[in-house]
Design a protein around this ligand. Structure first.
Ligand code: SAM
Length: 288
């Protein structure tokens, strides 16, 4: 039996299977004994909860999740980890591993196959950082019954994802997340808690779906065009970004901005979420 909280045991286990860490796959495994229970305690898991985990590594977080949840389905891209996982999780009968790329997987099909009767479904992951935004976009856009995401991500990414409109860190990804959900940083984790030690610190964030957030938005497509086009040139005033994106002349954009109570000298990070909603609704009214 290996104790996954002992670095020596993890190293022996990896050596037994001749496993080599892949930097490209973001393989930095948790090595701190207290971290997994702390993450799992933030998931609000009951014995009826289903969990999708992305990237189990050697299964340290997977086991902790399986102790609390009814079922854990864990998606791992690296097939070299599967024999290791089979060994480290052999005492559990509520874990299933799927050897696929989370970005390519058919999420709806996976959920109807594995979690059809589940009323409470969550995602928990120490994410491979190279796909943080893509995973979050996929999970939120797919409109499934997943109700929350508890994710460990790079600290700077956490600050951007959870940034409130009007703050310096706010960008397209913050507005995208806010369209679907409420997001908060739960706690920070320093880089010494992983093997191998990465270059950056991490944070655990919680994204809770909130369908009410976007009820007032007349057209999702236009909302995201306004967000993306203005943040693409975040140093420019939104007046000129919108003029280019929607091919509406600057005088008219000025009138729309003034109608929405927004200065024509504003830059995107100065707008609130409601500011973006009003602006995109007014543009919708103008072009439809
Ligand atoms: N959960 C483990 C832990 O906390 O110790 C490992 C986390 S490690 C940061 C990221 C994991 O995601 C690795 O096991 C890696 O192989 C896996 N991974 C990387 N890209 C993936 C992808 N596209 N789809 C599924 N898993 C992926």
């Amino acid at each position: 039996m290996y104790d996954l909280y002992k670095i020596k045991d993890i190293k022996n286990l990896l050596q037994k299977y001749n496993f080599k860490f892949s930097k490209g796959l973001g393989q930095n495994f948790i090595s701190n004994k207290y971290l997994c229970p702390k993450i799992v305690s933030k998931c609000d898991i009951s014995d009826q909860t289903g969990i999708i985990e992305i990237g189990p590594g050697v299964g340290i977080l997977t086991c902790e999740l399986a102790d609390k949840a009814k079922k854990v389905v864990s998606v791992e891209i690296d097939r070299n980890l599967l024999p290791i996982l089979r060994e480290t999780t052999s005492q559990y009968n509520n874990i299933k591993f799927i050897n696929e790329d989370i970005l390519k997987i058919n999420l709806k099909e996976l959920i109807s196959r594995e979690f059809d009767e589940f009323l409470d479904l969550k995602v928990c992951s120490n994410l491979p950082y190279y796909i943080t935004s893509q995973v979050i976009i996929k999970l939120l856009e797919s409109e499934t019954k997943i109700n929350s995401l508890i994710l460990m991500v790079q600290k700077e990414a956490a600050e951007r994802i959870c940034a409130l409109p009007g703050s310096r860190e706010c960008g397209s990804i913050s507005l995208f997340v806010q369209y679907y959900a409420d997001a908060e940083i739960l706690f920070n984790v320093s880089k010494g808690n992983f093997i191998p030690i990465p270059k950056v610190d991490s944070s655990v964030i919680k994204i809770t779906k909130n369908p009410h957030k976007s009820l007032n938005i007349k057209d999702k497509n236009i909302f995201f065009r306004v967000v993306k086009s203005t943040f693409l040139h975040r140093r420019k005033v939104i007046l000129s970004s919108l003029n280019k994106e929607f091919n509406i002349d600057k005088d008219e954009i000025s009138k729309i901005l003034s109608f929405c109570g927004i200065s024509k000298f504003s830059r995107p990070e100065q707008l609130s979420f409601d500011g973006f909603v009003n602006l995109s609704n007014s543009i919708y009214d103008r072009i439809i």
